[in-house]
Design a protein around this ligand. Structure first.
Ligand SMILES: Cc1cc2nc3c(=O)[nH]c(=O)nc-3n(C[C@H](O)[C@H](O)[C@H](O)COP(=O)(O)O)c2cc1C
Length: 247
């Protein structure tokens, strides 16, 4: 018998029937069938950040809905669900956001020196105007009230939760043949003012979204010589922090 039943009625503050009902929600778990498992790993391994390969054709509403449902299924601290999804299709709005990106990108470029700056200048780091849909994913820091279970000692957990939603959407998109590119190079206030986002709401991601026929087989930044994937074995420690080379 599930342990919840033994707890029924033990606390005056919890209604006796609630724990008994929770047991009804336990369903069989276990590994997926091999083909299903492979599909999950395939989505994870072949997901890419897309900047340029977007097709212009619009995404059907039911597909967009599936992506949003995937995002909304993400874990969140205290089940806070701090996210909102602002769908932006209008080209005038995307143009204004691109202008904000462009200004910040010039500033970013100037932060690198010499060859690295020249290399940065050659990179395309957004698909704001090319992708037919953008979704601005935000984190409402006030959702759920001033004290949220699990967030009591680390207020950043609301943003971590929202990032989980982004990743869910990104993986679901891969399975749908849809490319996603995350743009973070802008002053947050510039985008907030374009979209009318209130002060206490943080922008977590600007996602450019559209069908793709081709994807790089490794991160584009690695293909273009900016940075390689680190060896996993150098990142895994046993039982505590270990000295590692500067990576
Ligand atoms: C928080 C975050 C912000 C990012 N911002 C940008 C960005 O502004 N522009 C860009 O081209 N890529 C951006 N990326 C994508 C990364 O460059 C990309 O994930 C990384 O190079 C690995 O490539 P992959 O996603 O194709 O595996 C961002 C990714 C994350 C997780």
């Amino acid at each position: 018998m599930p342990v919840f039943e033994n707890l029924a009625g033990t606390s005056p503050s919890s209604p006796a029937k609630a724990p008994a009902q929770t047991a009804d929600h336990l369903v069989a778990a276990g590994a997926f069938a091999e083909e299903e498992r492979n599909a999950v790993y395939r989505a994870i391994e072949t997901r890419r950040d897309v900047r340029d390969q977007f097709r212009p054709d619009p995404l059907p509403d039911d597909l967009v809905r599936r992506l949003l449902e995937a995002a909304h299924s993400a874990p969140s601290v205290g089940f806070m669900q701090p996210w909102n999804f602002i769908l932006v299709r209008q080209s005038q709005t995307r143009e204004r956001v691109w202008q904000a990106f462009h200004q910040a990108n010039e500033e970013a470029c100037a932060m690198f020196e010499g060859d690295r700056r020249a290399q940065y200048q050659r990179l395309k780091l957004e698909g704001i105007r090319k992708a037919p849909l953008s979704i601005c994913i935000t984190c409402d820091t006030k959702r759920g009230g001033p004290v949220v279970l699990g967030r009591t000692h680390n207020p950043d957990t609301d943003v971590y939760s929202t990032v989980c939603a982004v990743q869910n959407l990104w993986l679901a998109a891969r399975a749908e043949g849809v490319g996603v590119g995350w743009v973070s190079i802008f002053h947050e206030d510039a985008i907030k003012s374009i979209l009318g986002i209130p002060e206490h709401v943080k922008i977590v991601a600007w996602l450019c979204i559209g069908y793709v026929d081709e994807l790089y087989d490794m991160p584009e930044l690695a293909v273009k010589g900016w940075r390689d994937r680190l060896p996993l074995d150098k990142l895994v420690f046993e039982e505590g922090w270990q000295d590692c080379d500067d990576m």
